[in-house]
Design a binder for this molecule. Sequence first.
Ligand code: MG
Length: 376
Amino acid sequence: MKIGAIIVAAGRGTRAGGGLPKQYRDLLGKPVVAHSVERFRALASISDIVVVVHPDDRALAAAACPGARLTDGGETRASSVAAGLAALPTGTTHVLIHDAARPCVSQALIGRVIDGLSNSPGVAPALPVTDTLWRAEGEKAVAIQSRDGIARAQTPQGFELGSILRAHASAPLDATDDVAVALAAGIDVAIVRGDEQNLKITGAQDFARAAQILEPALDIRTGIGFDVHKFTKGDGVILCGVKIPHNAALLGHSDADVAMHAITDAIYGALAMGDIGRHFPPSEPKWKGEPSDTFLRHACGLATSSGFRTTNIDCTIICEQPKIGPHADAMVARLSEITGTGISRISVKATTTETLGFTGRGEGIAAQAAVTLVSQ
Ligand code: MG
């Protein structure tokens, strides 16, 4: 089986808005037709792709589908497809014909059509009709239309090349798809399961739906934070909101909770929203001695208002003294309380630097943190 694909992009409809035929309008940074072509290009079983375009749109098509084989379409859909069939290279045995306005077609769906071609000269995807159907006269419902035997047609529609070429030689002028052409020529068409996500972009609202399908809203962000505070005279340090007795304190404008600062900066980082110094400038006297949970709560609030929740926090405290291990559970509990993140998703651990460097010499404490935010 040597399979070619024809992407039919010859329509000039501007109903979808934007002043351009819909297949050239932007969808997630590239034209709709480019998405459709890429879906087929990604499949090793497709040998050739022909994009059928309106002669007036050649430049648009060349920019949208660089390197693709372009051919001019005709007056009707059927004549455009016939032009595409004629442009397939010699040796092609089967063809998949797809509407450029269906950019969300899945590889699984294309695969079902290809598989079906082993047993049938024509294969097309379709979906059942689940809504009740009415017959209407103007604005008035006048009768119920049975759904029995009704299916919603999709593309790509696959055919033996010889059969569909012969069918197109006498295609009805009003054929709206290639199944219509095939049936008029007596070619059997088997139905395979379609896909609700394989929508046809028709109106302006379909762009948002297609974008949602191609790029689901799940957004995962990772942020890292790092902070250092030096020791000064005192009788204890505050780390992750927990006071730990020590023969020194940490120096800082706030309560100098170096670990909580690193976590807070990791959240700001994941959001690409600056750092503690930007939101709470040390030059402002009102933040003097401020408990650091103020900062962490602020960062979490920004995350929530931006549509994210924190799914994990991992913090490493770097110092020789005090010992962190005995206080780690209390720190996790305090972080959980402030951030609303479950304790099984928070890690506080410690390391020394083997007496090397400023932490090794006991001049201060450093902390690193990584957080993950997930859209909700
Ligand atoms: Mg700090």
